[in-house]
Design a protein around this ligand. Structure first.
Ligand code: SF4
Length: 361
């Protein structure tokens, strides 16, 4: 079992950030990356992420610095973990920060033989880390940023949100895709993301549809619906309700890099508490983020001057940390009672010149 250890005086030369959680969590980890990059300009900083997140950061850090752990696909199970550990061993990292609290990650980094490993003190497998860091801070970005202390970095004054970079090739693919759909280069685009991994975090698809009908073409030339393959039902239902409006369904048709490029072209975005909101915030796109079973005070809301969070003032909120499959009360009132008019009002207010971030509900 490793004891508490610090890195040598020279500092790290080759750092691995292991973050194989959801895409939104990768965005929340960017301030940690930026703090390390500022502190160690000569060091290489690599990422270990899920396949779906590669496109988020490859343009930012370079493709050769992104490593994939397909933990729910071809790298699932013990054999996949061993295989990934061997790949990481070949990377000859001198230090690794485990951003997730995961025993699998702790074990993989140990098997990779990385000589200095750090993670959170309350993480499963904490005893496999040479340095354990207490989680502190009110927002998830700040809590993750605390890990920089393991490498002797005390980040202060970092601007949030961090920036994602639009990959030129992805931007060209989006331009072609939109042109084929009849969307002009100067069109005012509303990006709509009705999906979420968790059912209780989804505002009803019919409400998203009605919102689009109320805004297109009155305020936007077109609405573009986005989501992963798992969001097909929610996206399809929203598109059907909005069938009279100019709506393009790109659900399952964009990878992460293309989603960044698409959001960079958007005039506004509306999303549940999901990755799309975090990405829009990093691009300074006016965003309405719809919260139900979770609340911003839990520290996972998108941040930025153009972010508006809407949610109902119910005593049962929050009822979970990350959302659940079913409402414990059986009502799902936090979402089904949220009016289209309220979301519309927040969205239109967000199109006004920025007055600073605003949180309601
Ligand atoms: S308990 Fe309340 S906050 Fe949780 S899902 Fe049900 S209505 Fe929403």
């Amino acid at each position: 079992m490793p004891g508490q250890r610090s890195l040598g005086l020279d500092g790290p030369r080759r750092i691995l950030l292991a973050q194989t959680s959801f895409a939104g969590d990768v965005v929340l980890t960017l301030p940690l990356h930026d703090a390390l990059a500022a502190a160690f300009p000569a060091a290489e900083i690599h990422w270990l992420v899920r396949p779906a997140a590669v496109g988020l950061i490859a343009a930012r850090v370079g493709v050769d610095r992104v490593h994939i752990f397909d933990k729910h696909g071809k790298d699932a199970g013990g054999a996949g973990l061993l295989r990934t550990s061997r790949r990481l061993r070949a990377g000859r990292f001198d230090s690794a920060l485990a951003v997730q609290r995961s025993f699998r990650t702790a074990l993989m980094l140990a098997l990779a033989g990385i000589p200095f490993r750090a993670g959170f003190a309350d993480a499963p497998g904490w005893w496999l880390y040479h340095c354990r860091v207490a989680r502190r801070g009110t927002h998830a970005s700040e809590r993750l940023l605390a890990l920089a202390a393991a490498l002797g970095v005390a980040p202060e004054g970092l601007s949030l949100p961090p920036r994602l970079v639009v990959e030129p090739a992805a931007a060209r693919r989006i331009d072609v895709l939109l042109e084929r759909e009849g969307i002009a280069a100067e069109a005012r685009i509303l990006v709509v993301a009705p999906g979420s991994v968790w059912a209780t975090k989804r505002w009803p698809a019919a409400a998203f549809g009605a919102l689009m009908v109320s805004l297109v073409p009155a305020r936007f030339d077109a609405a573009i619906v986005v989501g992963t393959a798992g969001d097909r039902i929610a996206c399809g239902d929203a598109v059907r309700v909005a069938s009279g409006a100019r709506v393009v369904d790109l659900c399952g048709r964009t990878d992460a890099a293309e989603l960044v490029a698409l959001l960079a072209r958007a005039s506004c975005a509306v999303a549940n508490d999901s990755a799309v909101g975090h990405i829009a915030a990093t691009l300074d796109v006016p965003l309405v983020s719809i919260f139900g079973p979770t609340v911003p005070e839990q520290g996972f809301a998108p941040r930025g001057a153009h972010v508006r969070v809407v949610g109902l003032p119910l005593g049962c909120r929050p009822c979970s940390r990350h959302g659940t499959a079913r409402c414990p009360l059986g009502t799902h009132a936090c979402m089904v009672d949220l009016d289209v008019a309220d979301v519309r009002e927040a969205l239109l207010a967000g199109l006004e010149p920025p007055q600073g971030g605003q949180v309601t509900g």
